[in-house]
Design a protein around this ligand. Sequence first.
Ligand code: UDP
Length: 323
Amino acid sequence: MRILVTGGAGFIGSHLVERLLQEGYAVTVLDDLSGGRLENLGAVRDHPRLRILIGDVTDPVTLRRALEGVERVFHLAAVVGVPRVLADPLRTIRVNVRGTEMVLEACAERDLPVCLASSSEVYGKGIRWPAAEEDDLRLGSPTVARWAYAASKLLDEHLALAWARQGLRVSVVRYFNVYGPRADPDGYGYVIARFMDQALRGEPLTVYGDGRQTRSFIYVEDAVEGTLRAGFLPEAFGWIFNIGRAEEISIRELAEKVRAITGRSVPVRFVSFSEAYGPGFEETPRRVPEVSRARALLGFEARVTLDEGLRRTWEWWRVCRRG
Ligand code: UDP
Protein backbone atom coordinates (compact mmCIF):
# COMPACT_ATOMS: atom_id res chain seq x y z
CA MET A 1 0.00 0.00 0.00
CA ARG A 2 1.29 3.48 -0.88
CA ILE A 3 0.62 6.26 1.61
CA LEU A 4 0.89 9.99 0.99
CA VAL A 5 2.35 12.11 3.80
CA THR A 6 2.00 15.80 3.05
CA GLY A 7 4.56 17.75 5.05
CA GLY A 8 6.62 14.56 5.16
CA ALA A 9 9.93 16.43 5.31
CA GLY A 10 8.83 18.30 8.43
CA PHE A 11 9.56 17.46 12.04
CA ILE A 12 6.63 15.14 12.83
CA GLY A 13 6.14 14.18 9.18
CA SER A 14 9.65 12.79 8.76
CA HIS A 15 9.28 10.59 11.83
CA LEU A 16 5.93 9.35 10.51
CA VAL A 17 7.49 8.57 7.12
CA GLU A 18 10.30 6.55 8.73
CA ARG A 19 7.82 4.58 10.78
CA LEU A 20 5.59 3.83 7.76
CA LEU A 21 8.60 2.61 5.78
CA GLN A 22 9.62 0.41 8.72
CA GLU A 23 6.13 -1.07 8.73
CA GLY A 24 6.56 -2.03 5.08
CA TYR A 25 4.48 0.64 3.34
CA ALA A 26 5.45 2.57 0.25
CA VAL A 27 5.41 6.30 0.99
CA THR A 28 5.05 9.44 -1.10
CA VAL A 29 6.16 12.67 0.54
CA LEU A 30 4.80 15.99 -0.66
CA ASP A 31 6.59 18.97 0.88
CA ASP A 32 7.47 22.46 -0.34
CA LEU A 33 10.43 22.62 2.10
CA SER A 34 9.21 25.93 3.52
CA GLY A 35 9.36 24.50 7.04
CA GLY A 36 10.57 20.97 6.32
CA ARG A 37 14.07 19.97 5.26
CA LEU A 38 15.34 17.13 3.12
CA GLU A 39 17.94 16.34 5.79
CA ASN A 40 15.04 15.27 8.01
CA LEU A 41 14.61 12.34 5.61
CA GLY A 42 18.37 11.73 5.42
CA ALA A 43 18.22 8.22 6.89
CA VAL A 44 15.61 7.04 4.35
CA ARG A 45 16.22 9.29 1.35
CA ASP A 46 17.34 6.48 -0.92
CA HIS A 47 14.79 3.99 0.34
CA PRO A 48 13.33 2.10 -2.65
CA ARG A 49 9.77 2.51 -1.40
CA LEU A 50 10.06 6.27 -0.83
CA ARG A 51 9.03 8.85 -3.42
CA ILE A 52 9.71 12.53 -2.62
CA LEU A 53 7.88 15.27 -4.43
CA ILE A 54 8.86 18.89 -3.77
CA GLY A 55 5.88 21.12 -4.29
CA ASP A 56 2.99 23.09 -2.91
CA VAL A 57 -0.03 21.19 -1.60
CA THR A 58 -2.29 24.03 -2.81
CA ASP A 59 -1.23 23.49 -6.42
CA PRO A 60 -3.81 21.16 -8.03
CA VAL A 61 -1.39 19.61 -10.55
CA THR A 62 1.19 18.84 -7.85
CA LEU A 63 -1.45 17.39 -5.55
CA ARG A 64 -2.80 15.17 -8.34
CA ARG A 65 0.69 13.85 -9.03
CA ALA A 66 1.32 13.24 -5.33
CA LEU A 67 -1.84 11.15 -5.10
CA GLU A 68 -0.84 8.77 -7.90
CA GLY A 69 -1.10 5.18 -6.68
CA VAL A 70 -1.93 6.31 -3.14
CA GLU A 71 -4.42 4.46 -0.94
CA ARG A 72 -4.28 6.48 2.27
CA VAL A 73 -3.29 10.03 3.26
CA PHE A 74 -1.77 11.75 6.28
CA HIS A 75 -2.13 15.49 5.80
CA LEU A 76 0.50 17.29 7.88
CA ALA A 77 1.55 20.06 5.48
CA ALA A 78 0.85 23.39 7.14
CA VAL A 79 2.42 26.62 8.28
CA VAL A 80 3.14 25.92 11.98
CA GLY A 81 4.92 27.51 14.93
CA VAL A 82 4.16 30.80 16.61
CA PRO A 83 7.05 32.77 15.02
CA ARG A 84 6.13 31.68 11.49
CA VAL A 85 2.46 32.46 12.04
CA LEU A 86 3.28 35.92 13.38
CA ALA A 87 5.62 36.54 10.45
CA ASP A 88 3.02 35.67 7.82
CA PRO A 89 -0.58 35.23 8.97
CA LEU A 90 -1.86 35.49 5.40
CA ARG A 91 0.22 32.58 4.18
CA THR A 92 -0.71 30.62 7.33
CA ILE A 93 -4.40 30.93 6.50
CA ARG A 94 -3.96 30.31 2.78
CA VAL A 95 -1.86 27.16 3.13
CA ASN A 96 -3.66 25.74 6.13
CA VAL A 97 -7.18 26.29 4.87
CA ARG A 98 -6.88 25.96 1.10
CA GLY A 99 -4.42 23.09 1.38
CA THR A 100 -6.69 21.10 3.66
CA GLU A 101 -9.77 21.91 1.60
CA MET A 102 -8.03 20.58 -1.52
CA VAL A 103 -6.67 17.45 0.18
CA LEU A 104 -10.09 16.58 1.62
CA GLU A 105 -11.80 17.12 -1.73
CA ALA A 106 -9.21 14.99 -3.50
CA CYS A 107 -9.60 12.22 -0.92
CA ALA A 108 -13.38 12.36 -1.21
CA GLU A 109 -13.17 12.08 -5.02
CA ARG A 110 -10.92 9.03 -4.74
CA ASP A 111 -12.56 7.55 -1.62
CA LEU A 112 -9.25 7.60 0.29
CA PRO A 113 -9.07 7.55 4.09
CA VAL A 114 -7.28 10.60 5.48
CA CYS A 115 -5.90 11.69 8.83
CA LEU A 116 -5.59 15.43 9.35
CA ALA A 117 -3.08 17.08 11.67
CA SER A 118 -4.52 19.78 13.88
CA SER A 119 -3.24 21.37 17.06
CA SER A 120 -3.98 21.95 20.72
CA GLU A 121 -3.67 25.61 19.75
CA VAL A 122 -7.39 25.37 18.80
CA TYR A 123 -8.23 25.39 22.53
CA GLY A 124 -6.78 28.89 22.57
CA LYS A 125 -6.56 30.37 26.03
CA GLY A 126 -8.67 27.47 27.25
CA ILE A 127 -11.80 27.18 29.34
CA ARG A 128 -10.85 24.24 31.52
CA TRP A 129 -7.83 21.98 31.73
CA PRO A 130 -7.33 19.14 31.00
CA ALA A 131 -9.21 19.98 27.81
CA ALA A 132 -11.36 17.36 26.08
CA GLU A 133 -12.11 17.21 22.38
CA GLU A 134 -15.68 18.42 22.70
CA ASP A 135 -15.00 21.26 25.12
CA ASP A 136 -15.76 24.83 24.12
CA LEU A 137 -12.84 26.82 22.77
CA ARG A 138 -11.60 30.29 23.73
CA LEU A 139 -9.68 32.09 21.04
CA GLY A 140 -8.58 35.70 21.23
CA SER A 141 -9.54 38.49 18.86
CA PRO A 142 -8.56 38.37 15.17
CA THR A 143 -6.57 41.56 15.77
CA VAL A 144 -4.02 39.31 17.51
CA ALA A 145 -2.18 37.48 14.72
CA ARG A 146 -1.34 34.44 16.85
CA TRP A 147 -4.95 33.22 16.63
CA ALA A 148 -4.82 32.99 12.84
CA TYR A 149 -3.22 29.58 13.25
CA ALA A 150 -5.87 28.27 15.65
CA ALA A 151 -8.65 29.67 13.46
CA SER A 152 -7.17 28.04 10.36
CA LYS A 153 -6.89 24.66 12.07
CA LEU A 154 -10.36 24.99 13.50
CA LEU A 155 -11.80 25.58 10.06
CA ASP A 156 -9.85 22.50 8.88
CA GLU A 157 -11.50 20.48 11.62
CA HIS A 158 -14.95 21.74 10.59
CA LEU A 159 -14.18 20.79 7.00
CA ALA A 160 -13.07 17.33 8.08
CA LEU A 161 -16.22 16.70 10.11
CA ALA A 162 -18.42 18.08 7.34
CA TRP A 163 -16.76 15.68 4.90
CA ALA A 164 -17.15 12.83 7.41
CA ARG A 165 -20.89 13.47 7.29
CA GLN A 166 -20.67 12.95 3.53
CA GLY A 167 -19.09 9.55 4.13
CA LEU A 168 -15.38 10.44 3.92
CA ARG A 169 -13.19 8.31 6.21
CA VAL A 170 -11.41 11.13 8.00
CA SER A 171 -9.92 11.55 11.47
CA VAL A 172 -8.27 14.54 13.14
CA VAL A 173 -5.36 14.61 15.59
CA ARG A 174 -4.78 17.59 17.86
CA TYR A 175 -1.10 17.55 18.81
CA PHE A 176 -0.02 18.88 22.20
CA ASN A 177 3.51 20.34 22.08
CA VAL A 178 5.37 17.56 20.30
CA TYR A 179 9.16 17.54 20.77
CA GLY A 180 12.12 15.40 19.84
CA PRO A 181 14.98 15.09 17.37
CA ARG A 182 14.75 17.31 14.26
CA ALA A 183 12.45 19.90 15.79
CA ASP A 184 13.68 23.18 14.43
CA PRO A 185 14.60 25.84 17.00
CA ASP A 186 13.19 28.44 14.60
CA GLY A 187 10.00 26.56 13.92
CA TYR A 188 7.71 24.03 15.48
CA GLY A 189 8.53 22.19 18.72
CA TYR A 190 9.98 25.49 19.58
CA VAL A 191 10.73 25.81 23.27
CA ILE A 192 12.53 22.50 23.83
CA ALA A 193 14.49 22.82 20.58
CA ARG A 194 15.45 26.35 21.53
CA PHE A 195 16.55 25.38 25.03
CA MET A 196 18.66 22.51 23.64
CA ASP A 197 20.17 24.78 21.03
CA GLN A 198 20.95 27.42 23.65
CA ALA A 199 22.44 24.82 26.05
CA LEU A 200 24.60 23.48 23.25
CA ARG A 201 25.94 26.94 22.45
CA GLY A 202 26.46 27.73 26.13
CA GLU A 203 23.95 30.58 25.91
CA PRO A 204 21.28 31.50 28.50
CA LEU A 205 17.94 29.67 28.27
CA THR A 206 15.35 32.30 27.34
CA VAL A 207 12.22 31.83 29.45
CA TYR A 208 9.39 34.02 28.21
CA GLY A 209 7.21 35.90 30.71
CA ASP A 210 7.58 34.71 34.30
CA GLY A 211 7.88 31.10 33.13
CA ARG A 212 4.88 30.01 35.21
CA GLN A 213 2.89 29.17 32.09
CA THR A 214 2.57 25.41 31.62
CA ARG A 215 2.59 22.97 28.74
CA SER A 216 2.27 19.18 28.39
CA PHE A 217 4.93 17.78 26.10
CA ILE A 218 4.71 14.59 24.05
CA TYR A 219 7.70 12.84 22.54
CA VAL A 220 7.55 12.56 18.75
CA GLU A 221 7.68 8.76 18.71
CA ASP A 222 4.51 8.68 20.83
CA ALA A 223 2.85 11.32 18.65
CA VAL A 224 3.58 9.17 15.58
CA GLU A 225 2.05 6.12 17.26
CA GLY A 226 -1.12 8.08 18.05
CA THR A 227 -1.25 9.41 14.50
CA LEU A 228 -0.91 5.94 12.99
CA ARG A 229 -3.74 4.59 15.10
CA ALA A 230 -5.97 7.54 14.23
CA GLY A 231 -5.14 7.09 10.54
CA PHE A 232 -5.60 3.35 10.33
CA LEU A 233 -8.26 2.27 12.82
CA PRO A 234 -11.76 2.36 11.32
CA GLU A 235 -13.13 3.31 14.77
CA ALA A 236 -11.22 6.60 14.47
CA PHE A 237 -13.06 7.95 11.43
CA GLY A 238 -15.32 10.88 12.15
CA TRP A 239 -13.53 11.71 15.42
CA ILE A 240 -11.06 14.28 16.75
CA PHE A 241 -8.33 13.05 19.10
CA ASN A 242 -6.07 14.84 21.54
CA ILE A 243 -2.61 13.39 20.99
CA GLY A 244 -0.72 14.42 24.08
CA ARG A 245 0.69 13.41 27.40
CA ALA A 246 -1.13 14.59 30.51
CA GLU A 247 1.92 15.56 32.61
CA GLU A 248 2.01 19.33 32.99
CA ILE A 249 5.16 21.33 33.56
CA SER A 250 5.90 25.04 33.83
CA ILE A 251 8.40 26.50 31.38
CA ARG A 252 10.53 27.60 34.33
CA GLU A 253 10.73 23.98 35.56
CA LEU A 254 11.37 22.83 32.00
CA ALA A 255 14.40 25.12 31.82
CA GLU A 256 15.72 23.58 35.05
CA LYS A 257 15.21 20.09 33.65
CA VAL A 258 17.05 20.96 30.47
CA ARG A 259 19.94 22.34 32.52
CA ALA A 260 20.07 19.14 34.58
CA ILE A 261 19.79 16.75 31.63
CA THR A 262 22.26 18.53 29.41
CA GLY A 263 24.68 19.12 32.28
CA ARG A 264 25.35 22.59 30.87
CA SER A 265 25.31 25.17 33.64
CA VAL A 266 23.86 27.92 31.48
CA PRO A 267 21.86 30.67 33.21
CA VAL A 268 18.15 31.30 32.68
CA ARG A 269 17.24 34.66 31.19
CA PHE A 270 13.68 35.97 31.57
CA VAL A 271 12.41 37.74 28.46
CA SER A 272 9.09 39.61 28.33
CA PHE A 273 6.48 38.41 25.84
CA SER A 274 6.52 41.76 24.06
CA GLU A 275 10.29 41.52 23.66
CA ALA A 276 9.97 37.97 22.34
CA TYR A 277 6.94 38.34 20.09
CA GLY A 278 6.21 42.05 19.77
CA PRO A 279 3.52 44.17 21.45
CA GLY A 280 0.00 42.83 21.92
CA PHE A 281 0.98 39.17 22.00
CA GLU A 282 -1.39 36.86 23.88
CA GLU A 283 -0.02 33.85 25.69
CA THR A 284 -1.77 30.57 26.47
CA PRO A 285 -1.17 30.29 30.22
CA ARG A 286 -1.86 26.54 30.54
CA ARG A 287 -2.27 23.59 28.24
CA VAL A 288 -3.08 20.03 29.34
CA PRO A 289 -4.81 17.32 27.30
CA GLU A 290 -7.64 15.08 28.41
CA VAL A 291 -6.45 11.77 26.96
CA SER A 292 -9.34 9.40 27.68
CA ARG A 293 -10.83 9.39 24.19
CA ALA A 294 -7.54 8.39 22.54
CA ARG A 295 -7.13 5.72 25.19
CA ALA A 296 -10.66 4.34 24.76
CA LEU A 297 -11.00 4.47 20.97
CA LEU A 298 -7.39 4.08 19.82
CA GLY A 299 -5.88 2.21 22.78
CA PHE A 300 -3.28 4.94 22.68
CA GLU A 301 -1.20 6.11 25.60
CA ALA A 302 2.00 8.16 25.42
CA ARG A 303 4.81 6.09 26.93
CA VAL A 304 7.97 8.18 26.87
CA THR A 305 8.43 10.24 30.04
CA LEU A 306 9.59 13.84 29.73
CA ASP A 307 12.95 12.98 31.31
CA GLU A 308 13.51 10.11 28.90
CA GLY A 309 12.37 12.13 25.88
CA LEU A 310 14.59 15.06 26.83
CA ARG A 311 17.56 12.70 27.20
CA ARG A 312 16.93 11.23 23.75
CA THR A 313 16.46 14.68 22.25
CA TRP A 314 19.67 15.96 23.84
CA GLU A 315 21.54 12.93 22.52
CA TRP A 316 20.42 13.88 19.02
CA TRP A 317 21.42 17.51 19.51
CA ARG A 318 24.85 16.49 20.76
CA VAL A 319 25.50 14.06 17.93
CA CYS A 320 23.80 15.80 15.02
CA ARG A 321 24.45 19.38 15.98
CA ARG A 322 27.89 18.55 17.44
CA GLY A 323 27.97 19.86 21.00
N1 UDP B 1 8.94 29.79 25.32
C1 UDP B 1 9.97 30.25 26.14
N2 UDP B 1 11.18 30.49 25.58
C2 UDP B 1 11.46 30.30 24.26
C3 UDP B 1 10.41 29.81 23.43
C4 UDP B 1 9.15 29.58 23.99
O1 UDP B 1 9.78 30.44 27.36
O2 UDP B 1 12.60 30.53 23.85
C5 UDP B 1 7.63 29.50 25.95
C6 UDP B 1 6.43 30.08 25.22
O3 UDP B 1 6.17 31.39 25.66
C7 UDP B 1 5.33 29.11 25.64
C8 UDP B 1 6.05 27.78 25.76
O4 UDP B 1 7.44 28.10 25.89
O5 UDP B 1 4.83 29.44 26.90
C9 UDP B 1 5.86 26.88 24.55
O6 UDP B 1 6.17 27.63 23.39
P1 UDP B 1 6.21 26.99 21.96
O7 UDP B 1 6.49 28.07 21.00
O8 UDP B 1 7.08 25.80 21.99
O9 UDP B 1 4.75 26.42 21.71
P2 UDP B 1 3.27 27.00 22.03
O10 UDP B 1 2.78 26.08 23.06
O11 UDP B 1 3.36 28.41 22.54
O12 UDP B 1 2.59 26.88 20.74
